[in-house]
Design a protein around this ligand. Sequence first.
Ligand SMILES: [Zn+2]
Ligand SMILES: [Zn+2]
Length: 217
Amino acid sequence: MAGVKIHRIVVGPFDTNCILVEDEASKEALVVDPGGGVDLISERVRLTGVRPVMVVLTHGHVDHCAEASAIATMYGIPIAMHRDDLLLYQHMDVQVEAFMGPAAATRYRGAQQVMPTVFLEHGQLLKVGRTNARVIHLPGHTMGGIGLLFEGRPDIIVQGDTLFRDGVGRTDLYGGNWEALQSSLKLRLFTLKPDTIVVCGHGGDTTISREKVDISW
Ligand SMILES: [Zn+2]
Ligand SMILES: [Zn+2]
C-alpha cells in the first residue's frame, strides 16, 4: 500500500523543518511550513520529482511562513492555514522586524504577499493525491496551530511547534495560551495511537508514546 513520504528541509535562522509531504501514488506534495530557504525547497522539489499542490502552514509564526508567498507564486498553488492565525500572517512584517531586525522586514512592508485562501478546520480532510490528511486544530502555541494526521503503518502527524522531542511549544509569544496548549496535548495529541510518528517544527521526530505524560494539571 502506497502511503506518504516525508521529506525534511531545514530552513531559515531558526532551523525550521519545512516538510514536503509526498503522496507516493501520485507524487503530489504539500509544502508544509516554508519558513525560509526557497532555493533549498525548490531544489528538493526538483530532485524528488514531486508536484507541489498546496502550501500548508502549521501556524502563523514567521519562521514557518516567511517564504509561503514565494513558494505559492513559484508553483501557482494556494496557501492553507487555520483562520485563527491569519492575523499573524497578515502582520509578517511586524514579526520579521521583531525577530530579524528592521532591515529584513523591508521586503515584507507593503509588499504584495500572497494571502492564504484555504482555511482549514478541525476534523476536515485535506486531499493530496490519493491520500487524505485529517486536520487537527491544536491551539496553544498560537491560536490557529494545526497538525496534519496521515493514516498509515504507523500514522504520522506533522504538527509544527505544539509538541517537540523532549518538550512542548512555548506559549509566551503572541497568540500563546498555556491552558489551551495543555488541552491540545491532552485531548488531541496524547489520544493518538502511541506509535504515531510526530514530525516537529524544529529538531528531530518523536512518537506519541515517547512524549506522552499524564497531564493532571
Ligand atoms: Zn512557532
Ligand atoms: Zn517555530
